[in-house]
Design a protein around this ligand. Structure first.
Ligand SMILES: C[S@@+](CC[C@H](N)C(=O)[O-])C[C@H]1O[C@@H](n2cnc3c(N)ncnc32)[C@H](O)[C@@H]1O
Length: 246
């Protein structure tokens, strides 16, 4: 029941798990958070402080919701979503139907991020390249958190922001017992109902419990080279948005 992969098998496990739940991932997100994840992504992009024709990289982009939100708020930017699970990015691409009018095909294309397959620990981009780098619910899945942060700092231009949206361990949050009950009892059942690979939603609470508290994550961001780090807690403290400047 309380499964957490070993460090050696974690990357392969995470990749396989997201490939399997990809078709139902967005639906499960809306259900788990009561639709609040949409507002968090909106706020996260608002915090990016992007210039009008700037560039954004979203690491561990999954179906690309953060990059799509960036294009909605800033239609003139270039947004790239990078993930090592092809199936998640494929689930996030809206195919243009044969016979669809050209104007609507173009509108779809302009509202879609560019997807790029790559590892968060070895981002396939040059140094100082993006005006902002985001990640949503990625960091708890990587095998080396500090290395992932350093990579995000490396590809961000000086003065640009690195912003992370992530779950926080339920130990010190308000209503701790109720939150733990929801995470460890309700979520796995909900996950089994919605997604054939229900065990993914046992991994989620366990990986959240093993993840650093927001204060510790803020320190790690500073050690990775970020300045002016601050964070905002969301949903009874179970989620946090961290912001730092390169
Ligand atoms: C929980 S999903 C988050 C998707 C999306 N960012 C969101 O906000 O809903 C985590 C994503 O991180 C990706 N991921 C995990 N480890 C990764 C790594 N080392 N490199 C690239 N992507 C990774 C997974 O494939 C998955 O799509």
């Amino acid at each position: 029941m309380s499964y957490l992969p070993s460090p050696e098998e974690k990357a392969a496990y995470v990749n396989r798990m997201f490939a399997e739940i990809a078709p139902r991932y967005d639906l499960m997100n809306r259900l788990m958070t009561g639709g609040q994840d949409v507002a968090w992504r909106r706020e996260l992009i608002g915090l990016c402080d992007l210039p009008p024709h700037g560039s954004l990289l979203d690491v561990g982009t999954g179906t690309g919701d953060i990059a799509k939100e960036a294009l909605r708020q800033h239609p003139g930017i270039t947004a790239i979503g990078c993930d090592f699970t092809f199936e998640m990015m494929a689930a996030g691409r809206r195919p243009t139907a044969d016979g669809e009018p050209l104007a609507s095909q173009l509108a779809t294309r302009n509202s879609q991020p560019h997807f790029s397959q790559g590892d968060a620990l070895h981002l396939p981009f040059p140094d100082n390249y993006f005006d902002g780098v985001t990640s949503g619910f990625l960091l708890r899945n990587v095998t080396d958190l500090s290395a992932a942060l350093r990579e995000q700092v490396r590809v961000t231009k000086p003065g640009g922001r690195v912003i992370c949206l992530e779950t926080a361990p339920p130990s010190q949050v308000m209503l701790g017992p109720a939150v733990r009950f929801y995470m460890f009892r309700v979520l796995p059942v909900l996950g089994k109902l919605v997604s054939p690979r229900g065990s993914a939603y046992q991994y989620l609470p366990n990986s959240t419990r093993a993840f650093p508290e927001p204060d510790v994550l803020a320190l790690k961001m500073e050690r990775a080279g970020l300045k002016n780090v601050f964070y905002r807690r969301k949903m009874l403290g179970t989620v946090a948005i961290h912001v730092g400047t390169v």
